[in-house]
Design a protein. Sequence first.
Length: 308
Amino acid sequence: MKQRITSLVAGGFLAFTLFGGATAGPYEDGEAAYLRDDYAVAMRLLLSPGANDHADAQRYIGFMYAQGQGVQQDFAQALIWFRKAADQGDERAQYFLGVMYRDGNGVPQDKAHALAWYHKSADQGDRLAQFDIGSMYRYGEGVPKDAAQAAAWYRKAADQGFAAAQSNLAVMYSEGDGVPKDNASALIWFRKAADQGEDVAQFNLGLAYDKGDGVPQDSARAAVWYREAADKGNVAAQINLGSLYTSGEGVPKDLMLAYMWADLAASRAQDDETREAANKNRDSLVHGMSPEQIAEARRMARGWKPAN
């Protein structure tokens, strides 16, 4: 019996790479330069008089300092410019200030200040801030753990179509964590997120069909969803898809593909337990494969690239 991964949640917090759109104004040329990745020109134009007093321009400037786009990375300057925009009520700048306090970039790490800025942003409807507040409650970051609060904030972001929030809310319904256990609601939210390409939800949908959890057991549909997630680099899906190819459940039995997916998972796993499961699955295949098949499976693994 091949080992399979049986649970997965989306990332606890968002990476500091998401950005909101700016509106039109005298900084239009700067915005256009930014959108074509001409960061040095964008910075010069956005810093010019008549542009740098606009909240959107200030947010762009702060983001470029934070990312080192067109200038040397400077979190202190990023903080200054995000605060200028935040003080004008810009909800995405308020969110980015929260991220900086959360991570301790440009300021001492301060989860209470992070939460305060997140709330300013979330109260204006920013779904990224709503998601991060949910994660702070889910993991007890700066606040006592509170699954009900986590679910409530994830729901706010999920209702705005935010896939990571939909995926995490689905997990909470599937586990009865902060909300009553409800497999039907879990599947609805998993599918909403999966249809947007969210790999964790795609994995969990595959798992539901694999186990017959809330849906009729269907290995073929499990394989379809595992493949969607595996193609994006989801290690758990790669392990489980490899297991299906090993047994021929839902897909034609193919030991070379089974080896490829297990080998990929082993090379990409972020924790020892997952890496060990992938290694065990891969190594168990070699007795049924020729040296040429093993070499070809390894070649396929080396040539694999994640889907966009």
